[in-house]
Every structure is written in structure tokens, then in C-alpha cells.
Write a protein that binds this ligand. Structure first.
Ligand SMILES: [Zn+2]
Length: 454
């Protein structure tokens, strides 16, 4: 096992056993995609486990179930406070391992700790983050500390199925007049970067997230025997539509967040990359020069991505298909809209016989600021936990529960305070998900510093 993180300073755990608490959490298979078969059993069992593991949180914080799978702990301030509350989020459901069992080095729900690493489904996403948050709060309660402003711990049990829990929590608190000074959810991490000219670790804090769309293209044909085709079949028409889309990617557009990211990275990059990053950040027109350097992970930050994920049509080898369809998954660039995407699909497909139906459309979020108190508090907490690691603005390209808050608070940040290398990042939603014990200890330190700095 390679070393996962080389700290510039040692860190001492506030309390021993954080890895054991996470390992125990991992043994409960809170797979939200299997809710129908599993029932609420594992989810209730998980919340019961939290009550055992965190007695002070359950004793001192007000606890409220919102919906079936949402849990909110309200931590009241030490004295009267007019300051806006802070919302700290995590989810306790995980994705299935279906079909990947053979690829795991250890059984995914065993909760094994070996050589300073905790293995299992949810180790990084998102039980690892959750254990660091709750440990920090429990440790501060042990010290008799109370926050200077209200702190809301919002835990959801169906993030991975784009479920309702987090949305319901956000809506409920909004109706009660809660307007957080900032919201922190998963969606960034302490990590190495795939971009050239950069070495070392950075704390990537997500300021915005892309929109998500699923769209169905469909068409009908005349049917008949395949020996007498007249022009394009329904299958041919859909194939042509997908091919046209693949040959005409969405235009490049660099969101403000990505400009901020590259202007920050320029300070740390070797030449000639530092110059390229700086140029791209100050003149977004240069983005196309930057693009070949970014690779797939970077390219999705500067344009709407499109993937044809499903296709169907036809019933027999010698029968002309009477219908055909394809499903596209699109991640909408920040600064664009689902409407604009549909308009562009129509233009590029350029075929009135192809119908476009929206299956799902979630707009991209606005972009949170980096010149405010919330960002400075986050950066200071990063420095306390990961000395020498810079906090860097980042665009989250996957969807998180945090997006539900953007409708009524401008400051939503996405960051799990866990160090993960490229291999570990790739293990999220895949085999051999794992987190180092050192990262857990630092994660607890991050939340503790964040709370103490409020
Ligand atoms: Zn997650």
C-alpha cells in the first residue's frame, strides 16, 4: 500500500477510534437504490448506530426527522445570536456494488481496517465525510464548547438516487425563515490534480455544479420488409442524430469559477504551464489552447457534455423498424440553461422527424463567491487540518444535495475534508473505495477548526 498523504506536519487525533466508527457505519448497507427491497431497516439501523456513537450530540442537539430519510440536528448558540446559521451537510446512503463484487480486494460491507486504511463502500462517499463532521461536533461538546451562532447538521439518506430528503430539508428550513450564511456539502476534496505542470495536493472547494439533463430522441418509421427499404430507417435516423451530436460538441465557455481556479493554479504551476493557465484565466478566448492540456476531467469544466447512454429500436433482423429511440445524458455548463441545450440539440440534429423529450432537467447552479467570510473560514480550516495545502475554487461536475440550497442562499460550498489520490478518487462509486485513517483525523480537525472559527 502506497502512502496516501504526506503531511508537512503531524496531526494528533482529538479522540481515538474514528476509523472504528467509520468501519461500523460501513457494515450497514444503506443502499438507497435498493430501498424498495431493503425497506427502511438499514437506514433506521444506521441512525440508531449514530445515537450510540454520538451520545453528546443526541443529548445536546435538537433532533428532527424531516421526511422519511432526512435528519436535522440543531445546535443552538451559547448565547443570543442574530448571526445567520451555518448548514453542514452529509449523506449516509451509498451506491450499490452490483456486478463489481469480484473487483473488490476486501468485501465492500465488511468495514475492514488494514495498514492505516478503512476499506468499504461509503468510505469516501459520504460516510467518511459524515464521521469527521460528527466526531468534530462530539469532541467540541466534550470540551463544553457551544457555537457562537446556530449550526444545523443536515443528513440525508437518499442523495445517490437524487432523492427527496435534502430538498425537503432545504424547503422546510426555508419555510421557517432559515437563511444560512453558508452551506457546506460534499463535492470537492483534498487531492492531487490531473493537470500538467502541477504537483502536490490542493483543497478543491466546489463553488458551483453543472446541471443534469436526460433527454430522449425518438422517431417512427413506416415498417415493412427489410428487403425494400426506402431511405433512412428509424434506426438510421436516430443513429444519424447521435452522430451529428457527437461531431458537434457544445461550445467552449469558461465559467468564472474555472477562471478563478486557473488563476490560482498558475501561482503553483511550472512554466510554461503557469503562463498558459494565467493567460486562459485572464482571456477566456484562450480556453481552446488550454483544452488539450486538461484531459477529459478538465474539459467537462468548460463545456456542456453529452453522452448517448441508451439506444433501442427494431424487433427483428429482417424487419424495418417502426420506431427507434436514444437517451442522452447531458451535464449543462454553468452559465447555460436547459432551454439553450434543447435549442442546440434541435439545431444540430436538424431533422424534424426526430422528437426530443425531456426526461429530467436540473439547471446548473449559480457560482458562490470567494471574497467573503465563508470562503476565508473554509480556507483557514483547510490550513489547520492540512498545513501547506491551498484552498482552490473548483467546479463540481457531478450533482450533489447542496444544489437545493442555491435557490435561497448565495453561499453554497462543496468539499469533503478528506485527502484522496487519483486512484482513490476513481474508487468512488467503483471497487475498492477506501480512505486513510490520517485523512479521517485531518477531516475531524477541519470541521473542528471551521466551527471554532465561526
Ligand atoms: Zn455522495
Amino acid at each position: 500500500m502506497q502512502s496516501l498523504w504526506s503531511p508537512s506536519a503531524d496531526i494528533t487525533p482529538a479522540r481515538s477510534g474514528i476509523e472504528d466508527r467509520l468501519a461500523e457505519m460501513i457494515t450497514i448497507p444503506t443502499i438507497s437504490a435498493h430501498r424498495a427491497e431493503l425497506g427502511v431497516g438499514p437506514f433506521e439501523q444506521f441512525l440508531d448506530l449514530l445515537a450510540q456513537q454520538y451520545p453528546l450530540i443526541h443529548q445536546h442537539l435538537e433532533r428532527e426527522r424531516i421526511g422519511e430519510l432526512g435528519m436535522v440536528f440543531t445546535w443552538s448558540p451559547a448565547g443570543p445570536s442574530a448571526a445567520a446559521p451555518v448548514v453542514l451537510m452529509a449523506h449516509f446512503d451509498v451506491v450499490p456494488v452490483a456486478g463489481q463484487e469480484d473487483e473488490w480486494t476486501v468485501p465492500p460491507f465488511e468495514g475492514r481496517i488494514a495498514d492505516g486504511v478503512v476499506w468499504g463502500r461509503g468510505a469516501l462517499d459520504d460516510k467518511g465525510s459524515l464521521v469527521t463532521l460528527l466526531d468534530a461536533v462530539e469532541n467540541l461538546l466534550t470540551d463544553g464548547w457551544a457555537p457562537p451562532r446556530e449550526v444545523l447538521l443536515c443528513l440525508g439518506g437518499d442523495e445517490e438516487t437524487h432523492g427527496r430528503a435534502a430538498r425537503l430539508i432545504a424547503d422546510t428550513l426555508k419555510d421557517r425563515g432559515v437563511r444560512p450564511s453558508f452551506v457546506l456539502d460534499e463535492g470537492g476534496a483534498v487531492t492531487t490534480l490531473p493537470f500538467p505542470g502541477l504537483s502536490g495536493w490542493f483543497a478543491m472547494i466546489g463553488l458551483a455544479e453543472k446541471g443534469v439533463m436526460a433527454v430522449r430522441l425518438s422517431t417512427t418509421g413506416a415498417g415493412g420488409h427489410a428487403s425494400a427499404p426506402s431511405g433512412l430507417t428509424a434506426v438510421g435516423r436516430i443513429a444519424r442524430a447521435v452522430a451529428r451530436l457527437n461531431h458537434n460538441p457544445f461550445r467552449l465557455r469558461m465559467p468564472r469559477t474555472v477562471r478563478q481556479l486557473f488563476s490560482r493554479l498558475a501561482d503553483y504551476a511550472d512554466q510554461p504551464y503557469a503562463g498558459i493557465y494565467r493567460a486562459a484565466a485572464s482571456a477566456p478566448a484562450v480556453t481552446s489552447r488550454l483544452l488539450p492540456l486538461l484531459g477529459a476531467e478538465g474539459e467537462v469544466m468548460v463545456r456542456t457534455s453529452l453522452a448517448a447512454t441508451m439506444i433501442s429500436g427494431g424487433s427483428a433482423a429482417n424487419v424495418l423498424p417502426s420506431e427507434a429511440s436514444a437517451v442522452l445524458n447531458l451535464r449543462v455548463n454553468v452559465g447555460e440553461s436547459c432551454d439553450q441545450v434543447i435549442t442546440r440539440l434541435r439545431t444540430v440534429i436538424d431533422d424534424p422527424e426526430v422528437t426530443i423529450d425531456i426526461i429530467e432537467a436540473d439547471e446548473p447552479t449559480p457560482e458562490s463567491a470567494v471574497d467573503n467570510a465563508a470562503w476565508r473560514q473554509l480556507a483557514a480550516a483547510v490550513a489547520a487540518a492540512y498545513p501547506g495545502v491551498e484552498a482552490v475554487p473548483y467546479l463540481t461536475t457531478a450533482a450533489t444535495d447542496g444544489r437545493h440550497w442555491h435557490r435561497f442562499t448565495p453561499n453554497v460550498y462543496r468539499f469533503s475534508p478528506l485527502a484522496m489520490d487519483a486512484e482513490q478518487r476513481a474508487s468512488i462509486h467503483a471497487a475498492d473505495e477506501r480512505v486513510s485513517v490520517d485523512a479521517l483525523v485531518r477531516g475531524e480537525r477541519f470541521y473542528r477548526a471551521l466551527l471554532l472559527g465561526l
